[in-house]
Structures are given as C-alpha cells and as structure tokens.
Design a protein around this ligand. Sequence first.
Ligand code: CTP
Length: 234
Amino acid sequence: MHDIPPQASNPCSRSLYSVRSALVTAGPTEEPIDAVRFLGNRSSGRLGLAIAEALADRGVPVTLLLGPIRVPVPADPRVTVLRFRTAAELEALLRRHLPQFDLVVMAAAVADYRPKKLAAGKLRRDAESLTIELEGVPDLLATTRELRKPGARVIGFALEPRERLESSAREKLERKDLTGIVANPLETMDADGIDGTLFLRDGRVRTPGGVIPKPDFARWLAAELTSEYSATAH
Ligand code: CTP
C-alpha cells in the first residue's frame, strides 16, 4: 500500500463488478489527553487492512482511511492509504471522500468519548487523583449519512457481547441507516480469528460459518459485498 494523492485511479484495475470504488476505514482512534497521553482502544486494524486487500483482489480500486496501528502496512499499489489519528481527523477525511464511493466499509474502531480539553504539555503527578472530563464523539456513520453517494452500499461493524449480538446489530443497522452490519463478539478485538455475521437491511443474514482467520473472513466479505444480490439490500 502507498500514500498517494486521494482518488488517483489505476486504469488497469477497473472493476468487473457493480462496485466501482470502495472506501474502507480501519484501526483505532487516539484522542489526546496531553502532549504524551491518549485515550485509545485495542483495535489492531488487521481486519480492515485485509478487507481493503480483498476488495483490491476483486478489481475494486480502494481508498483506505487508516488509523494509528502498530502492525506494518503492506505495500499494495492498488490501495491508496490516507492516515488519521483522532476521530475528528477521520471525520474530516470522511466528509471529503465519502461522496465518491459506491461501497463504504467502516471497520474503524472510533472513540465514543474524548477528553473535552487537551492539557498543555505533560500532566504532572502533583495530586492524589485526576479527573478528566470527556465529551461525546459524534457517530460518524450517522452524521455523514447525507454525504453518501446515492445508492452506495454502506457497511458498519458492531462489536458486542455474544448474548446481544443480533439485537444490537439490528438496532445499529437501522439507527445508522446502513446496508449491512458485520456483528462480531467482543473477543474479536486484537485476535487472529473472527466469528462474524453479516446482517443485511432487508433481513437476510449471511455467515461464513464460525471462527475463521481474519484474511479468510475479509475475502468472504469482499465477495459478499461485490455480489449483485447485496445491491438489493438497501
Ligand atoms: N462508529 C462511528 N462513529 C463513532 C463510533 C462508531 O461511525 N463515534 C461506527 C464504527 O466504525 C462501526 C459502527 O459505528 O462501524 C459501530 O460501532 P460500535 O462501537 O459497535 O457502536 P456504537 O455506535 O459506538 O455504539 P456502542 O458503543 O454503544 O455499542
């Protein structure tokens, strides 16, 4: 993967499928507390990276919005990589790029809360306890809804305790106005495998069947999302 100007297209990689371009987000966000500390999460970004690669393998030009991940980013000339650190930076990238894409896969683990103020310099250990006030981060999938390309397929992710996987996923599918949502249990985060289920807006449920390695799941998902039938799921 490489960092080149957004939307540069490769004439040789025109898709044979109905999806002509895909925007994938991956990785965690980091919300700074002071000059050296941040609030983050355990997302490794590996699943999003694998989805970007799997879509590129199917001939779809991909733009990947990639958070501050610790694993190396593979060099793949078919994928344009744009980096973000905070949810605000990801929101700015989404606002700029979302309108151009037929398929959006929002695999990034975006913060729900961030520190209200950035402390100057490095906070000192000069008190018994410290309270950091947090403010809510907007739901980026929902608040950028108006910017989507008409007819775009938009896929979210839901990380949930196993016992309420389906009910929460369906609720998020409606609330965020998505084509589909990949629900997976909490153990998926930072793990090698994933036990994912794709719930589509029209009620269909798709699964590759049990826990499989993330690259295999990514290939399965890319095939599902570029198939004709998923176009009718809005
Ligand atoms: N998401 C988003 N903006 C946020 C938080 C999450 O767009 N501020 C997206 C994620 O990228 C994911 C989907 O929403 O595709 C679901 O994320 P999840 O954390 O499971 O759900 P939340 O809406 O944050 O709800 P909750 O944390 O209460 O489960």
